[in-house]
Design a binder for this molecule. Structure first.
Ligand code: C5P
Length: 204
């Protein structure tokens, strides 16, 4: 069975948590496409040219340490605005999306560009303050020395760049279900996403 769940939204909106939970509930494979851009950005920080970095990307790069830092996130968002970088990464994402057994992909352009025919599309969002608080706690827990105000500024810079770029800007697909997690518990957000998936699953 081929079944694609496309989950887009800004940084720290909860889309990663929801994607992992939905994949676990339905036995689907999960791809965090942000990791692809982070791994490309990390190669660029190490000195490689952006388009070469995207073309040279290996599966192991996605499992590397150090992809979750704010510096790598900014580098990811910069390389992600380059059309040739995005083009080099499309085939891998589409291949993953159509694998047998179902797939959840989360990112910024999954429902609009990578998988416009996805069976389920969600756009997950939350207020800036709530997103910054969530990301700040994650970073502090993993040992980063950073203030909440710095995290908020970092998210806003990235969101603006991601939403305003010409190449595959971050935007909700016209047929996406918008899920605002500002005041939703993780359980409630996952339950709504699971309901949307169940509604589209072929009858057993
Ligand atoms: O989701 P995450 O915060 O890990 O993504 C890092 C950056 O990668 C984003 O700010 C965005 O610029 C880019 N990205 C993208 N398209 C995707 C996933 C991530 O442009 N599908």
């Amino acid at each position: 069975m081929q079944f694609t769940v496309a989950i887009d939204g800004p940084a720290a909106s909860g889309k990663g948590t929801i994607s992992r939970a939905v994949a676990g509930l339905f036995g689907f494979a999960h791809l965090d496409t942000g990791l692809i851009y982070r791994a490309t950005g990390k190669r660029v920080l190490a000195g490689e040219a952006p388009i070469d970095a995207a073309r040279d990307l290996r599966a192991e790069d996605l499992a590397a340490d150090g992809l979750r830092t704010p510096e790598v996130a900014q580098a990811a968002s910069q390389v992600a605005a380059i059309p040739e970088v995005r083009a080099a990464l499309v085939a891998f994402q589409r291949g993953f999306a159509r694998r047998d057994g179902g797939a959840v992909l989360d990112g910024r352009d999954i429902g609009t560009v990578i998988c416009p025919a996805a069976e389920v599309k969600l756009f997950v969002t939350a207020s800036d303050a709530v997103r910054a608080g969530r990301r700040w706690r994650e970073l502090v827990e993993s040992g980063h020395d950073i203030t909440e105000a710095e995290v908020l500024a970092d998210l806003r810079t990235r969101d603006k760049r991601d939403a305003e770029r010409d190449a595959a800007p971050m935007v909700a697909a016209a047929d996406a279900l918008v899920l605002d997690t500002t005041a939703l518990s993780i359980e409630d957000a996952v339950a709504r996403a699971a309901e949307a998936v169940r509604a589209r699953l072929p009858a057993a």
